[in-house]
Design a protein around this ligand. Structure first.
Ligand code: SF4
Ligand code: SF4
Length: 449
């Protein structure tokens, strides 16, 4: 019998936990696998019989035959039951794609702010985006996308400003979708055009989605967005995309104006057929800070309670309520040995000036793609970030800022100056561990990140 890995026959190596890609209901998912699993599954190519695999592993690990044989047979039987391999009666060789590296992390997601131009000028925009925002050169953006695809990054997020007004966005969407990279687009839903819908429909083949912002019911949303038709356009945009079977998620930044409307909004969103309703707060950055509409510690607690209540009341197999972050699945969480969110190595952001930043929420230029390639940047920097610790009970238990900083290094860099002594900043050795990777750390005080 010849074991063969199921489609898409792909394994991604990472320094901590590697990934096996599997297809379920026409979507590609990845699951964590350890080193022994990588060794066995990478030999399940339809050419090796069970004994060939055992022999190769005896050589590799210098172990006794009986031990290796029992382990391999047991592992293969479990994998067949779980559906990650299947058995062939005769050899039928296939190429297994082994991508990534055990020397450095390949990011799970790279966020590209294609433009800071936006038809809206929302009161809470943390990027200060608006009608005069700068955008990337199309040729440069194409080059960046090619590089990301070549690196085998799992997902690209196109964002802005408003990415759907970027000239050439259609070409970029087509390229990413054809390359089988998962695509996720964030938008205000202001751009209603049949051409755009046609291209956005390609996203469903990648397992990606479109995320539309809706910050309250009609009057509240329009007021925050500074445009009387922003709500009706967003709703039309959402329902149109859903009718084309594109997965739509809605993100709601809760403010004091919208807090009593969140439940009604959640019910509507569910009725329209949205798959995920992301409910979060407003960070103290950009226009949110200028307009003083960012969320206080007390307000964050209220929003958290509301979100948890809504989760209990409205969650269903087709509808999830979550926060703004992509929640890491428990099985992945258990296997990830790091003590941080992945900023700077699992996640990167590229801004319209080609600067590379460690996460979508922070403008902290680490290097510029005019001076380096993404591959070189990743090899050089990502071990420094992997060593960092996010703020946790270990350092922050008695600090009044903990609800603001918990789990997020970006928020902690912003809020640490508000307390006499930030134990996380001192004791987690963030400066030393980054080893001079970025100078701007010193400047991140109260001026906002
Ligand atoms: S200010 Fe520092 S010590 Fe306080 S919660 Fe934030 S990271 Fe932790
Ligand atoms: S630093 Fe904060 S905002 Fe950035 S990825 Fe980590 S948790 Fe998210």
């Amino acid at each position: 019998m010849y074991p063969i890995l199921i489609c898409p026959q792909k394994i991604k190596l990472q320094p901590d936990v590697s990934r096996l890609y599997i297809e379920k209901q026409n979507k590609i998912f990845s699951q964590p696998i350890n080193e022994s699993a990588v060794s066995i599954l990478s030999l399940c190519n339809g050419k090796n019989g069970v004994q060939d695999i055992i022999n190769q592993l005896i050589k590799k690990y210098h172990e006794k035959e009986e031990k290796v044989s029992n382990f391999v047979k047991d592992f293969l039987n479990k994998s067949a039951t779980f559906g990650t391999i299947t058995w062939l009666n005769s050899p039928s060789p296939a190429d297994i794609a082994i991508v990534g590296s055990s020397e450095f992390w390949t990011p799970d997601i790279i966020v590209i702010e294609v433009t800071h131009n936006c038809p809206l000028s929302c009161n809470h925009c943390f990027l200060n985006a608006g009608k005069k925002g700068i955008g990337m050169e199309l040729k440069e953006l194409q080059k960046i996308c090619k590089e990301i695809v070549a690196l085998d990054v799992d997902m690209i997020q196109l964002t802005g400003g408003e990415p759907l007004i970027y000239p050439g966005i259609e070409e970029i969407i087509s390229y990413i979708c054809e390359s089988n990279t998962k695509l996720f687009i964030t938008t205000s839903g202001m751009i209603i055009s049949s051409k755009i819908y046609e291209y956005l429909a390609l996203i469903k083949n990648t397992g990606g989605w479109v995320q539309v912002s809706l910050d309250g019911l009609e009057a509240t949303h329009n007021n925050l967005r500074g445009n009387p038709s922003s709500y009706s356009r967003a709703v039309k945009f959402i329902t149109n995309l859903i009718s084309k079977e594109v997965e739509v998620q809605v993100a709601t930044c809760v403010t004091t104006e919208s807090i009593n409307e969140v439940e009604d909004l959640c019910k509507k969103v569910k009725d329209w057929g949205v798959r995920v309703h992301r409910i979060g707060v407003v960070s103290e950055r950009g226009r949110a800070k200028e307009n003083e509409i960012h969320s206080s510690v007390e307000f964050r607690k209220k929003v958290k309670n509301i979100k948890n209540n809504l989760k209990e009341k409205y969650s269903s197999p087709n509808f999830t309520i979550s926060g703004f972050e992509n929640e890491i699945k428990p099985e992945m969480q258990r296997s990830i040995k790091s003590k941080n969110c992945g900023a700077g190595y699992r996640t990167l952001k590229i801004s319209p000036d080609y600067n590379i930043h460690p996460c979508p929420m922070i403008n902290l230029p680490l290097d510029n793609l005019k001076n380096t390639t993404l591959a070189d940047f990743i090899k050089k920097n990502n071990h420094s970030f992997a060593r960092l610790e996010s703020p946790s009970e270990k350092y922050c238990m008695n600090c009044s800022n903990f609800p603001l900083c918990k789990g997020c290094m970006t928020e902690a860099l912003l809020y640490r100056e508000r307390v006499e002594k930030c134990k996380w900043f001192e004791k987690s050795q963030i400066k030393e561990r980054l080893n001079g990777t970025f100078q701007a750390l010193e400047e991140i005080k109260l001026k906002g990140v």
